[in-house]
Design a protein around this ligand. Structure first.
Ligand code: PLP
Length: 388
């Protein structure tokens, strides 16, 4: 096993390095537990892919939900050279990034709900998004010592948060004239369907955005990963890639590799038992899988307590010793079971749930979810290590 932190470790935040060093134990019990390996060179590579796709536009890297489960402090540190800023969901996430030493711009999507929160944001140079009139009212006409760099969310079709085209002019004027807010706030919108093959809904969102913001002086931002890759003419001053940085496929079709993206997260564990199940016997809780013949079944040390999706059905792909095998039986908290027919394996062999050899998107689609969710739901029990 590679040394978790070699030379390049010194570039990382020191507390982070010791935390990651402490996690993987070399004793054999730890080797039987699941491990997440984060490939820094893949992360940096994907960031360069995003930067190239951005053309001259600036980039806010989406690192909400702890960097999509990869560790926001690690991610911000690793790709700071190719990013102009970072984007988080909550004020607390933004403050944590400042604590971790991030000095670039930080957009906070949920914005602020009170003067106290606005002051916290201003003091830390966090840039809140105003998506509802109640936020503008709550911030009111007071100053915060340091002026807030603010963004206004324009709803162009997602219909979740943001001001409609009709509401926009008044909201923008009100936000711009708040005493605590820097003049010319930025404007952003978010695509609802840029991941789908039909480009029409996204083109409609892009057109509406440019129409409504034609006279806006502040910065503008439209694209998530899918928008960045599939709509090169979408425009805006900033783009906001997320999933592509982590090597997930931003689209409902094709693969991440089609776009030159490399997986950052690899989830591995071990085969801890092999047994023979007789024809007619069932495996696991609820007896979901019934053996149609006498067959070898492998028991793998991972479960939903680690973040493996409990609703993964029979047939979900998994790699045993580099060979493609199928999940059988219900996922339990600490264990899963796999069909070892046709597989060469012995106890202690390595198992990859997803990552370098098995795209996370394949596992996600088998489990009727998306790579985003699998990445975000990794539990704290899983040991993490960083490799170059
Ligand atoms: C999460 C998020 C992004 C990034 O989306 P990806 O699909 O991961 O690229 C961009 N913009 C907003 C508003 C987001 O919430």
């Amino acid at each position: 096993m590679a040394e978790p932190q070699s030379k390049s470790g010194s570039e990382l935040v020191p507390e982070l390095v010791s935390e990651f060093r402490a996690a993987p134990k070399t004793e054999s019990s730890a080797l039987r537990r699941p491990q997440l390996t984060m490939d820094l060179s893949a992360l940096r590579h994907n960031a360069v892919v995003a930067k190239q796709a951005a053309g001259g536009r600036k980039l806010f890297a989406a690192v909400k939900a702890d960097g999509y489960g990869h560790g926001a402090a690690m991610v911000t540190q690793a790709i700071r050279e190719s990013m102009d800023g970072f984007m988080v969901a909550s004020l607390g996430e933004g403050e944590a990034l400042r604590q971790a030493g991030v000095t670039q711009r930080i957009m906070v999507l949920q914005g602020v709900m009170s003067q106290t929160e606005a002051r916290r944001a201003a003091q830390r140079f966090l840039e809140p998004v105003f998506h509802h009139v109640s936020q503008i009212e709550a911030v009111g006409r007071v100053g915060f010592g340091l002026p807030l760099t603010a963004w206004l969310k324009l709803d162009t079709g997602m219909h979740r948060v943001g001001f409609t085209a009709d509401e926009f002019p008044e909201a923008y004027a009100r936000l711009s004239t708040l005493r605590g807010v820097r003049p010319n706030p930025g404007v952003l919108t978010h695509f609802a369907r840029a991941d789908e093959p039909n480009p029409a809904p996204t083109h409609a969102q892009i057109d509406l955005f440019h129409q409504v913001t034609a006279t806006v002086q502040g910065d503008t931002s439209l694209c998530n990963s899918a928008g960045l890759l599939a709509f090169p003419d979408a425009g805006g001053d900033w783009v906001r890639p997320g999933i592509m940085l982590y090597g997930g496929n931003p689209f409902v079709t094709g693969t991440a590799a089609d776009h030159g993206l490399r997986p950052v997260m690899t989830l591995t564990t071990r085969l801890i038992a092999i047994r023979t199940v007789q024809a007619g016997e069932t495996v696991g809780y609820g007896g979901r899988f019934t053996a149609s013949e006498t067959m070898p079944v492998g028991v793998v040390a991972i479960g939903y307590g680690d973040g493996y999706p409990r609703h993964a059905p029979d047939g979900t792909p998994i790699l045993v010793n580099g060979q493609r095998a199928r999940l059988i039986g219900r996922v339990s908290m600490d264990l899963i079971t796999v069909d070892l027919r046709g597989i060469t394996a012995s106890v202690g062999d390595s198992v990859e749930c997803w990552g370098a050899q098995l795209p996370i998107d394949e596992v996600a689609s088998a489990a009727l979810t998306i790579s985003y969710e699998l990445m975000c739901q990794m539990s704290g029990r899983v040991a993490r290590r960083i490799v170059e």
